[in-house]
Design a protein around this ligand. Structure first.
Ligand code: NAD
Ligand code: G6P
Ligand code: MN
Ligand code: MN
Length: 432
């Protein structure tokens, strides 16, 4: 019987996770689900936790759902641990957007100075969790979503020395859910190949005769949102650029390929609807009001307004694939092992992989053309600098990360921004 633990259990996404477990009840002999949070999240944990209990009951299952603030108690003898927490809560996310914006740079949850600081706040916490896992559940699998998901998974591998980890994101899931229909196909008749790093990957697609259909999808992509998560404003990619690339970039690439327009849009939004963090806080309020309803025992449709829709379902699929050795194709953050030869073999990439009892086995993607190779090498090496700065608290390294980040123009302003963000995040940065 399985013991499942979710750290950051008070998240509004938890009902999707429970729904994902319920869908797979025949594949997963679950006995206990432990939802862990911190005192600041206790109210949310209680509301969403009782909703989870109702969902399990409505499904006719006898799973125990435990709500706790005691992480080590939850981790004791766990089989699967998933992480979906937000250090500093939404207040920190507002600062990640507002402060860079005030310097004329784009700050976003996982990109620009905002993403760097989310990593700085999160790395010490995830390494503490790994330390607890070594003592409480040394054989457990860790399924990480906590953003920036790729950098956090890298820190778990490189600094936590924990190999049984898989990093996940919903962006590839959404692409595979929506693109086949654009060309009148079904996913089961297509082969997808993804490679890159989290929120910075590309993919190619082939049909069941082996013909590449990537550019057929590109031709249709311009007609709509093609699986773009709700949180990303749709500035279209330049068509000539994609025709040269012959690959489909992920939704987040527009922060780099159309940086000016994305920045302008974001600064414009700040004046009206506010930051994405503030928009999400309003969606969350609506969601938690629904979760409080003692008659609600299913995932409400409003959750689809969140950018991370379908991500918890991906977690459940990864868990079921490991447990039942399903050898499913999934796009995961895992050790490269040569699958992406343009990146170091012993670091984390986000890549198509076979997921089964042995964990994720990455599928070889091959070399990129110079333009994409250049971007990717810059971004991956920047991630390594960010993680090292997050672990050591080295100011010079933090400045190096800011200098490398394409969304931060180097110079005195960049250094002033770094200093201001260090002060604004002080209580969550014990390492600096
Ligand atoms: P949220 O603000 O609702 O936070 C989730 C919970 O984490 C809260 O209840 C909070 O109290 C709790 N928390 C904060 N610090 C904690 C700690 N040290 N230990 C345990 N719990 C703690 O966040 P959310 O919007 O649900 O997102 C959760 C996380 O998942 C974020 O890091 C977000 O970026 C990430 N996310 C990732 C993906 C993906 O594609 N990988 C998709 C969606 C969300
Ligand atoms: C998805 C990403 C996540 C991100 C989320 C933001 O695009 O894959 O990594 O955290 O959406 O969604 P939100 O609703 O919080 O803005
Ligand atoms: Mn993501
Ligand atoms: Mn820079």
């Amino acid at each position: 019987a399985l013991k499942m633990v979710t750290i950051g259990g008070g998240s509004s996404y938890t009902p999707e996770l429970i729904e994902g477990y319920i869908k797979r009840k025949d594949q997963l002999p679950i006995k206990e689900i432990w939802l862990v949070d911190i005192p600041a999240g206790e109210e949310k944990l209680n509301i969403v936790g009782h909703m989870a209990k109702r969902m399990v009951k409505a499904a006719g299952l006898d799973w125990e759902v435990h709500l706790t603030l005691n992480r080590r108690e939850a981790l004791q003898d766990a089989d699967f641990v998933s992480t979906q927490f937000r250090v500093g809560l939404m207040q920190a996310r507002i600062k990640d957007e507002r402060i860079p914006g005030s310097y004329g740079f784009l700050g976003q949850e996982t990109n620009g100075a905002g993403g760097i600081f989310k990593a700085f706040r999160t790395v010490p916490v995830i390494l503490d969790i790994v330390k607890d896992m070594k003592e409480c559940c040394p054989d457990a699998w860790l399924i990480n979503f906590t953003n920036p998901s790729g950098m956090i998974t890298e820190a778990i591998q490189t600094y936590g020395k924990w190999d049984k980890v898989i990093g996940l994101c919903n962006v590839p899931v959404m692409a595979m859910m929506t693109e086949p229909a654009l060309i009148g196909k079904q996913l089961k008749d297509l082969t997808y190949k993804f490679a890159g790093i989290d929120h910075f990957h590309w993919h190619r697609v082939f049909d069941n005769t082996g013909r590449e259909v990537t550019m057929d999808i590109v031709a249709k992509m311009y007609e709509g949102d093609a699986g773009l998560p709700k949180n990303i404003f749709n500035v279209q990619f330049f068509r000539e650029q994609l025709e040269q690339m012959k690959m489909i970039p992920c939704g987040y690439h527009r922060y780099y390929y159309r940086e000016q327009e994305m920045l302008d849009h974001s600064l414009e939004e700040f004046k009206g609807e506010g930051t994405r963090a503030q928009q999400v806080m309003r969606i969350e309020k609506e969601l938690f009001d629904l979760y409080k309803d003692p008659n609600l025992d299913y995932k409400p449709k409003q959750l689809a307004e969140r950018g991370g829709a379908h991500y918890s379902d991906a977690a459940c699929e990864a868990i079921a694939s490991i447990y039942a050795d399903k050898r499913t194709h999934m796009v995961v953050s895992t050790l490269n092992r040569g699958a992406v030869p343009d990146l170091p073999t012993d670091h984390v990439v986000e890549v198509s992989a076979q997921v089964g009892a042995a964990g994720a086995i990455p599928l070889t993607f091959g070399h990129f053309q110079p333009a994409e190779r250049g971007w990717l090498q810059l971004m991956k090496n920047m991630e390594l600098v960010i993680d090292e700065a997050a672990v050591t608290g080295d100011y010079g390294l933090a400045l190096q990360a800011f200098t490398m980040n394409p969304m931060i123009r180097s110079g005195q302003k960049a250094k002033d921004l770094l200093d201001e963000m260090l002060v604004a995040n002080k209580q969550h940065l014990p390492q600096f």
